[in-house]
Design a protein around this ligand. Structure first.
Ligand SMILES: Cc1cc2nc3c(=O)[nH]c(=O)nc-3n(C[C@H](O)[C@H](O)[C@H](O)COP(=O)(O)O)c2cc1C
Length: 231
């Protein structure tokens, strides 16, 4: 999979937190153009059908049963559409997170949303076989969110030899990534010095493969793609 964005991404990783409350400040035209261009490139590289929806307040405006995911003021979002299947789910995570971190470098805030949104059919178009895997709220946050609690990195990897610095940096970047309900059901496996495998674990919430795509993108930024190969 391709990663074409190379702006201060490690800083964006540290600054990003899920934001669920947005102001009504519109996204400036030049930033919209940058986002649209990135969406088009992600779609071309992946075959996904990601769509940027602007100034559409209905999807996130309503009462939800759960207190998890109370959103206010969301009027811009990404619709993450693609066919069904694990391969597509991983791409949704990998490419969606590129857009999330790009948005962060533009001074925007985001939140991945798997559950608490309504589908507004006029706002997007699906190809035959596409489903909406999730959406990503986007805009100027009323706050910057807060850092989720960090767990010890050792719980998230296994290695068949000594641990290089780049591998640690990759795992640390992955631990800062968003995952559904902060479930972090992943592990990185270091083999033969420079091969990195992954494992996911069961979650009753699902979303573990989208999460995997997200954390693999963070790992690449933290570790440096030149230092390893995916196993
Ligand atoms: C695939 C996915 C689905 C998510 N779905 C929701 C959701 O439906 N509602 C919500 O409020 N947050 C949702 N989140 C945000 C997570 O709760 C959040 O990423 C996690 O708690 C870690 O916090 P952070 O993003 O601030 O680091 C989702 C995140 C991911 C990656």
């Amino acid at each position: 999979m391709e990663n074409y964005i190379s702006m201060e991404l490690s800083e964006a990783i540290r600054l990003r937190h899920s934001v669920r409350k947005y102001t009504d400040q519109p996204i400036e035209a030049d930033k919209v153009a940058t986002l649209k261009d990135a969406v088009a490139r992600c779609n071309a590289a992946s075959g996904l059908n990601i769509q940027l929806v602007l100034d559409e307040p209905k999807a996130f405006n309503g009462l939800f049963i759960s207190t998890y995911g109370q959103f206010t003021g969301v009027r811009n979002y990404l619709v993450m559409a693609a066919p069904k299947g694990k391969e597509w789910e991983e791409k949704v995570g990998y490419y969606g997170e590129q857009l999330v971190l790009l948005a962060q470098t533009l001074g925007l805030n985001t939140c991945w949303v798997g559950l608490t949104y309504k589908k507004v059919p006029d706002a997007f178009s699906l190809r035959e076989g596409d489903v909406i895997h999730c959406e990503i709220a986007l805009g100027y946050g009323a706050n910057q969110g807060k850092q989720h609690p960090l767990k010890p990195a050792e719980r998230f990897y296994e290695a068949d030899g000594p641990i290089p610095e780049w591998f640690k940096a990759g795992v640390e970047a992955a631990l800062l990534a968003p995952t559904a309900v902060n479930q972090q059901k992943f592990k990185f496996l270091l083999q033969d010095g420079n091969k990195v495998g992954t494992r996911t674990f069961f979650s009753p919430w699902g979303y573990t493969i989208i999460d995997l795509g997200i954390v693999k993108y963070h790992f690449e930024i933290g570790a440096g793609k030149e230092n390893f190969e995916w196993a």
